[in-house]
Design a protein around this ligand. Structure first.
Ligand code: CDP
Length: 260
């Protein structure tokens, strides 16, 4: 394999290197609950100076609004008024409200996300964000369940993040313990399994790795290690496209990123 000299300017932080701004890549990060996709997506966006969208927050916002008006998230008739309100008020403040992260809202989000009308109503917002990211940034990083398959099938780089269900439950349990003490590990594990099952088996846009996604198993990896793995895949992929040097290839679960 030819020796690759990665050009340092290509993927250094935007604050340090203007060239990363010109790339305008769309990067998608999908995966099941608490897999570490949000952490990776945020860190990637930070590192590259890109805009970041947590698409789960969109579904969570619709779910919370449904619960607030006393509706049942499983019934589209109840969800419709909440969806209407949220679609007219999608602001960064709304999407970063910590109340969106409660276990009740998580379960309700997974129920509202199964309605095709909800997914359709939120689709354009996500696509616009990916193609015209807000602010003076280069590209965009979006995380969710169907970003590489449905929202941005044309994305430049796609990741699918996995980890064992026990590891994911441990991470979510630790997060939740900071906020409340009435949750047991078993409840968190059960909630996670229920939500994963619902998300993976719904008829519309189920959780799925795109065929051209790099699959990263983060079991036993810390956030910094996961970020470095992803960055090395992006570098190798970028170089393989520009130099045809046979760098990283998505290989249905076996990314073969070349260390550079
Ligand atoms: O952070 P966590 O992985 O637990 O959840 P999230 O990404 O905030 O997503 C909350 C719920 O929204 C998921 O359980 C999915 O049902 C739904 N969702 C979706 O259907 N499609 C997306 N692109 C993102 C989230």
């Amino acid at each position: 394999m030819p020796v690759v000299n990665f050009r340092k300017t290509d993927f250094l932080p935007a604050q340090e290197q203007g060239s990363a701004l010109q790339k305008k890549l769309i990067i998608t990060v999908d995966g099941p609950a608490a897999s570490g996709k949000g952490t990776l997506a945020k860190k990637l966006a930070d590192r590259l100076g890109y805009a970041y969208l947590d698409t789960g927050a969109l579904y969570r916002a619709v779910a919370m609004a449904t619960l607030e008006i006393g509706g049942d998230p499983g019934y589209m008739q109840d969800v419709a008024p909440a969806l209407d309100i949220i679609c007219r008020n999608l602001t960064p403040e709304l999407l970063s409200n910590p109340s969106l992260r409660t276990p009740e809202v998580s379960q309700a989000a997974s129920k509202v996300a199964a309605h095709p009308q909800v997914r359709q109503a939120l689709l354009q917002y996500q696509r616009d964000f990916a193609h015209k990211p807000p602010g003076l940034v280069g590209g965009a990083v979006l995380d969710g369940r169907d970003i590489g398959t449905v929202v941005c099938p044309d994305a430049d780089i796609k990741f699918f993040i996995t980890a064992s269900v026990e590891e994911r439950a441990k991470r979510r349990y630790a997060e939740l313990c900071d906020a409340r003490t009435d949750m047991t590990f078993e409840t968190v594990l059960d909630d996670l399994k229920t939500r994963d099952q619902r998300d993976a088996t719904r008829a519309v846009a189920p959780t799925l790795a795109a065929e051209d996604a790099y699959i990263l198993d983060t079991t036993g990896l810390n956030p910094a290690e996961t970020l470095e793995e992803a960055i090395s895949i992006i570098r190798a992929r970028f170089l393989s496209e520009t130099n045809d040097n046979g760098g990283a290839q998505p290989a249905n679960g076996k990314p073969t990123a070349t260390a550079v």
